[in-house]
Ligand binder design. Structure first.
Ligand SMILES: NC(=O)c1ccc[n+]([C@@H]2O[C@H](COP(=O)([O-])OP(=O)(O)OC[C@H]3O[C@@H](n4cnc5c(N)ncnc54)[C@H](O)[C@@H]3O)[C@@H](O)[C@H]2O)c1
Length: 253
């Protein structure tokens, strides 16, 4: 099965590194015009330049997904530049330091909710308006295995990722008849800067990750990217409202 995004426009948030960058690259390699968006302007510029140098049609748009006006401007810029929006991967997300519920600082709770939950909400809203006008489109929201199972000391993060699935499935029902498909992807533990930071702070976490991930290794960002491309493609035309684990067997345990 060959997935092509020739003549299609894809938007990826949190695209400067990790899972987002791998997905932006894969969309570009499949022929899409790709908007890379991130709040980290410097890393975003470097990522976009690298894809441009490889001959891809890409545009960088700096945007903090927790700010609705920036998200609206990001989608406007996408449509002004490329004329439409066919596929969106709402991937931007953050971790907060692990803590027992009673010890989680309010500021950490607010921050993770603002980016992971409000951010996905802002993006869905702006993208759906455009896709409704077109009468077509596919959206994949980034949840996590943290949206499918609990984990001690990560309650706020998991709350956001369960929330992403609830939003995705409810919106999928609303927009199914309008030619728009929404799904969520639930990555296991993937080798990205986010996980590198976590393991640097708590080296003992790696043994736990390996124990829980039966495949016995971290996932690669491109293993999430290929699931996202499939979900956004016509090959998945009958798939909507799913929360797809791509997790090396983590949730099969
Ligand atoms: N890495 C994993 O093991 C793993 C597992 C499950 C789910 N996820 C989810 O996958 C997504 C990507 O994770 P990753 O590991 O690639 O992370 P990462 O930290 O390596 O990269 C995340 C990117 O998002 C950007 N970002 C952060 N806050 C933002 C904001 N407010 N607005 C716009 N951009 C913002 C960062 O600048 C960065 O470029 C996240 O939603 C994360 O929760 C990751």
């Amino acid at each position: 099965m060959q997935i092509s995004f020739e003549n299609k426009v894809a938007l990826v948030t949190g695209a400067a590194m990790g899972v987002g960058l791998a997905t932006a690259r894969m969309f570009a390699e499949a022929g899409a015009s790709v908007v890379l968006s991130d709040q980290n302007a410097e890393a975003l510029a470097a990522a976009t330049e690298a894809l441009k140098a490889a001959g891809h049609r890409v545009l960088a748009v700096r945007c903090d997904v927790s700010r609705a006006e920036e998200v609206d401007a990001m989608v406007r810029r996408t449509v002004d530049t490329y004329g439409r929006l066919d596929a969106a991967f709402n991937n931007a997300g953050i971790q907060i330091p692990p803590n027992a519920v009673v010890d989680v600082p309010d500021a950490d709770y607010e921050r993770v909710m603002a980016v992971n939950l409000r951010g996905v909400w802002n993006c869905m809203k702006a993208e759906l308006r455009q896709m409704q006008a077109q009468g077509s489109g596919a959206i994949v929201n980034c949840s996590s295995i943290g949206g499918l199972v609990g984990n001690p000391y990560l309650a706020a993060y998991h709350g956001t990722k369960y929330g992403v699935i609830g939003m995705t499935q409810s919106a999928a029902l609303e927009y199914a008849a309008q030619g728009i498909r929404l799904n969520a992807v639930c990555p296991g533990t993937i080798d990205t800067p986010m996980v590198a930071r976590m393991v640097a702070e708590r080296p003992e976490a790696m043994a736990d990750i390996m124990r829980k991930q039966p495949i016995g290794r971290l996932g690669r960002p491109d293993e999430i990217a290929s699931a996202v491309l499939w979900l956004c493609s016509d090959a998945a035309s009958f798939v909507l409202g799913v929360a797809l684990p791509v997790d090396g067997g983590y949730t099969a345990n």
